[in-house]
Design a protein around this ligand. Sequence first.
Ligand code: 13P
Ligand code: SF4
Length: 365
Amino acid sequence: MAATARAIQQFTELSEEECDARIRAAKAALGERLVILGHHYQREEVYRHADYTGDSLKLSRMAASSNAEFIVFCGVHFMAEVADILSRPEQVSILPDLAAGCSMADMANLAKVERAWRELSEVLDPDEQVTPVTYINSAADLKAFCGRHGGIVCTSTNARHVLEWSFARRGKVLFFPDQHLGRNTGYRMGIPLDQMVVWDFNQPLGGLTVEQIRTAKMILWKGFCSVHQMFKPQHIDQFLARFPDAKVISHPECSFEVCEKSDYVGSTEYIINTVTESASGTRWLVGTELNLVQRLHERHQHQGKSVHFMSPTVCMCSTMFRVDPQHLLWTLENLVQGNVVNRIRVPEHEAREARLALERMFEVL
Ligand code: 13P
Ligand code: SF4
């Protein structure tokens, strides 16, 4: 790790122009052996080099269908893991900075989920009555857990269809790690709030009573996204007081109150498409990560659209931000020289079960 830091140090002194030119040269040298996938939250200096951009669902499909030898994922750790799980063994998945994790994904781990499953089995038979559903923002071993317990993965795009699939099989869902995506989706499907309980993973029996568990339809893990929790309903109220005709659009990782006050709720790709397809002159308030919102603003201001960020404070995904042009360049120039750096590898026994849960998701949508 210290050697890696020293190696990257030399790149940090490069000017943006030089970095940009060398990334282009390395891409040209690698040709079709390389594909760069870029999540919509990436900073512009990285995003512009992506061969494909998208939300988590679109990028996981890209990874599964790519023939490139090297899949360089400009995103966060769980995304590069999914690329490794879905690609062929001879393909290599790479994350330019290994510290680019997802703080929400880290709020659930296998030990805690297995403990929850054991504790639930004191009240009911989870393998008969509960479908485990993991948001794609989770470690590979949690996807594997879902694979072996008849569960499934979802993304912000397909959460509703995945929940319908789940309820068609078992009466209850254990949803992790994001309580908000679970609650927002469940509520829009008609599940009352009092039938969605929060599992506090630091408390025995999730801090719930036996009765609460018996009557719940959804058991929501007490996880959240540190970026999306910054958006508050009062930000929407204050904005609409100034611009009553504005439209509000939010990511489903935002709180229930924010989503209820929004005109539209959906994935990053959905947000981009909705704003892009709107009439010129429309004013938008957007509740998702800053880099995406800034890009939307820049791309659409010439059409007279104005795109505003929902929070008065700057909230970026600091882990996504770790993937900078310097790390991307370092990764690519190593590949040109025949060195694979920062490979993300999921052990095969784990990948097999995780693939099951991902394939169930692809069958749904
Ligand atoms: P999307 O799948 O909507 O891109 O969301 C990923 C994510 O991490 C949002 O915080
Ligand atoms: Fe994770 Fe939130 Fe960053 Fe998305 S925005 S990758 S959920 S920390």
